[in-house]
Design a protein around this ligand. Structure first.
Ligand code: C2E
Ligand code: CA
Ligand code: CA
Ligand code: CA
Length: 272
């Protein structure tokens, strides 16, 4: 039998270790992950529906943790947003994208790269500047870089409007992402100019099945035409969806029908 003092010591030590581990909160882990370069990007091709060619890519961030586990953005982007780390993360995303895709942007002047931004990224001019540096360093036209913003970001961020305007004045392009899932009204959209509208996967998914949703999709398409925006359909998984979208004049699409998000070297092979 162990003396009581030893037992107490063991219990105390192991609980200290246990709680110390628990206390390495996700924000702290994100910070460490940034320091250790654990964040990397995959690229999902954007396809021209008429030619079938890959004409662009969306950069999607992933986190390879020290234990080898891959974390998906839905698991850590919201945490990064709430803990004030998103600025650092976005900065990293832009740096990595610049390394991965700089040469492609320079060599294929019509190729475009889309980068997801968060609301906080619009609260200062910093992001605009970093995107411009990316364009300059890689010898790309600013118009090859597309900032993706969600509807939700626009509703409460009053600063957003002026940053978006400034981005477009500098020649960057701006897309509205996940369209139809937020709260933007048509009249609100009319007050700002976007270059591109991304039709959310929810609507694309319903194309084969629900007539009512198809009317919504047609409405979105018409609206984009009226406001002179290009269209990218997201989450295209079937030929039927692709054909329908193409028949309605949608220019671009992304989705598993064409390709999942893939590593940069694989992407460049596919592009060649
Ligand atoms: P999102 O911008 O709407 O990105 C599209 C998501 O749909 C991606 O998930 C993509 O992998 C997935 N997807 C693409 N094609 C298909 C398909 O055919 N079917 C289905 N079911 N899904 C498809 P992912 O990579 O997990 O990203 C999730 C979200 O995380 C993104 O949604 C975006 O909001 C956010 N995110 C990703 N990367 C970044 C980033 O660098 N910065 C910020 N702020 N957010 C990011
Ligand atoms: Ca996006
Ligand atoms: Ca989206
Ligand atoms: Ca989404």
């Amino acid at each position: 039998l162990l003396p009581i003092g030893v037992v107490t010591a063991i219990v105390l030590t192991s609980s200290v270790i246990y709680f110390a581990r628990l206390q390495v909160s996700l924000p702290t882990q994100i910070r460490q992950g940034l320091r250790r370069n654990e964040f990397y990007l995959e690229y999902q091709p954007v396809v021209d529906l008429n030619s079938g060619n890959w004409v662009g890519a969306e950069a999607l961030v992933r986190w390879r943790r020290r234990d080898g586990r891959i974390m998906q953005p839905d698991e850590f982007i919201p945490v990064a947003e709430h803990s004030g780390l998103i600025g650092l993360l976005t900065e990293r995303v832009i740096e990595v994208a610049s390394k991965d895709m700089g040469t492609t942007l320079r060599d294929a002047p019509d190729f475009f790269l889309t980068i997801n931004l968060s609301a906080r990224d619009l609260q200062s001019g910093g992001t605009l500047e970093k995107l411009m540096v990316m364009a300059r360093d890689s010898g790309a036209r600013p118009g090859q870089i597309v900032a993706e913003l969600t509807e939700r970001m626009l509703v409460d961020a009053s600063a957003a409007k002026s940053v978006i305007k400034a981005m477009r004045e500098q020649g960057l392009r701006v897309a509205i992402d996940d369209f139809g899932t937020g709260y933007c009204s048509l009249s609100y959209l009319e007050t700002m100019q976007f270059d591109c509208l991304k039709i959310d996967r929810l609507f694309v998914e319903a194309i084969d099945t629900e007539a009512a949703t198809n009317r919504v999709v047609l409405h979105i398409i018409n609206m984009a035409r009226t406001l002179d925006m290009k269209l990218i359909a997201e989450g295209v998984e079937t030929e039927a969806q692709a054909n329908y979208l193409k028949s309605q004049g949608v220019e671009f699409a992304q989705g598993w029908l064409f390709s999942r998000a893939i590593a940069p070297d694989e992407f460049l092979k596919g592009l060649a």
